[in-house]
Write a protein that binds this ligand. Structure first.
Ligand SMILES: Cc1cc2nc3c(=O)[nH]c(=O)nc-3n(C[C@H](O)[C@H](O)[C@H](O)COP(=O)(O)OP(=O)(O)OC[C@H]3O[C@@H](n4cnc5c(N)ncnc54)[C@H](O)[C@@H]3O)c2cc1C
Length: 306
């Protein structure tokens, strides 16, 4: 095992690394065991050094090389109870959260910036176009990776370009036309997203009103009383996963402290001490019932870290 060696290397390189960091604090589900290694680089230079080092001296465990996982605000992730044998990189420093105004109603935004902060910033500058993201608890990086949005709008609509780093530490800027965005997905998984340019439009009057409208809609339809990861499953083409789950009579179904929301059947709630294994049992149950009744395979929208 090269783990010890790598750890010392990091010490020499002065990159802050933590060991066995519980991830429940870093996910909106409030579920998950520890990450073996947890890195919070201060800036791009530190990130490059870390990535190059990991390439040269990949830490290993019984199963082979450890994966590198990028954590945003953990709002679309389910982490296993026993934790994960992985290097988790969290782009959480002020450097990765910068938001600045560019010419022509554009914003330059770091991937660690929360969507709520981007919205406040654009509202202050009377810039419109992202209001539909109001209430989505992610970062820009997670939103781009997941192509976050609502049924008729996604973040891709407002992207001009995305700056990424590959796992050799090389940085490049991809124009929107070079990226494939699909429903709750993008083809950027071989990269670390660093920042993006968003193209908005000037609107003096209604940005605040639009944000209010989308927030209200969300409060009326989603279940925000307990920790969750939002929608668990993708909607099948032309269908609503929530409707199918509801028709299977599963609203309110509970396994220990994991419970299918009575309000929005595509939400699984953590009522207190839910474990990942309880959530997984509910996921399996939903898939089985929906398959049996409708012959449809529901596909998870959330990422499962195991
Ligand atoms: C109450 C609630 C409501 C929600 N409503 C919606 C909704 O209406 N629409 C919607 O689309 N989603 C919704 N979500 C899901 C979630 O908020 C979004 O998918 C969000 O964009 C995820 O961002 P994140 O920063 O939390 O990413 P994370 O959950 O941390 O990560 C998600 C994925 O992105 C990757 N990733 C994150 N940052 C980076 C980066 N910088 N570089 C490379 N990869 C990265 C991770 O590795 C992971 O694969 C909701 C979630 C909750 C809890």
């Amino acid at each position: 095992m090269l783990v010890g060696l790598v750890t010392n290397w990091w010490k020499d390189l002065k990159i802050k690394i933590r060991f066995d960091v519980p991830l429940d604090k870093y996910t909106t589900f409030k579920i998950g065991g520890p990450a073996k290694y947890f890195l919070e680089p201060k800036n791009t230079e530190e990130l490059i050094r870390a990535v190059k080092l990991l390439k040269r001296y990949p830490p290993r465990a019984k199963g082979g090389k450890l994966p590198i996982l990028i954590l945003g605000s953990g709002s679309n992730i389910l982490v296993m109870d026993k934790g994960i044998e992985a290097v988790v990189i969290h782009l959480n420093s002020a450097y990765f959260k910068k938001i600045s105004l560019k010419k022509g109603q554009r914003l330059q935004v770091g991937s660690g910036a929360r969507l709520s902060r981007i919205l406040s910033f654009s509202r202050r500058h009377n810039l419109s176009g992202l209001e539909f993201l109001a209430g989505i608890p992610g970062t820009l990086g997670g939103a781009i990776m997941m192509n976050a949005g609502i049924p008729d709008k996604t973040i891709a609509d407002r992207i001009e370009n995305v700056t990424v780093m590959d796992y050799n530490g090389r940085i490049k800027t991809l124009a929107k036309k070079e990226i494939k965005f699909t429903y709750r997905s993008s083809n950027l998984s071989k990269y670390i997203i660093l920042s993006a340019t968003l193209k908005l439009s000037k609107d003096k009057n209604s940005v605040k009103e639009k944000i209010k409208y989308y927030l209200k809609k969300r409060y009326l339809t989603q279940d925000l009383m307990y920790p969750s990861a939002g929608c668990i499953f993708k909607n099948p083409p032309g269908e609503s996963a929530g409707r199918l789950i509801d028709l299977c009579g599963l609203k309110g179904k509970r396994i220990h402290d994991a419970c299918i929301s009575k309000r929005h059947a595509n939400f699984i709630l953590n009522l207190g001490k839910a474990r990942a294994k309880d959530v997984l049992r509910l996921i399996r149950l939903v898939k089985k019932k929906v398959k049996k009744k409708f012959h449809i395979n529901l596909e998870p929208e959330i990422k499962i870290w195991k």
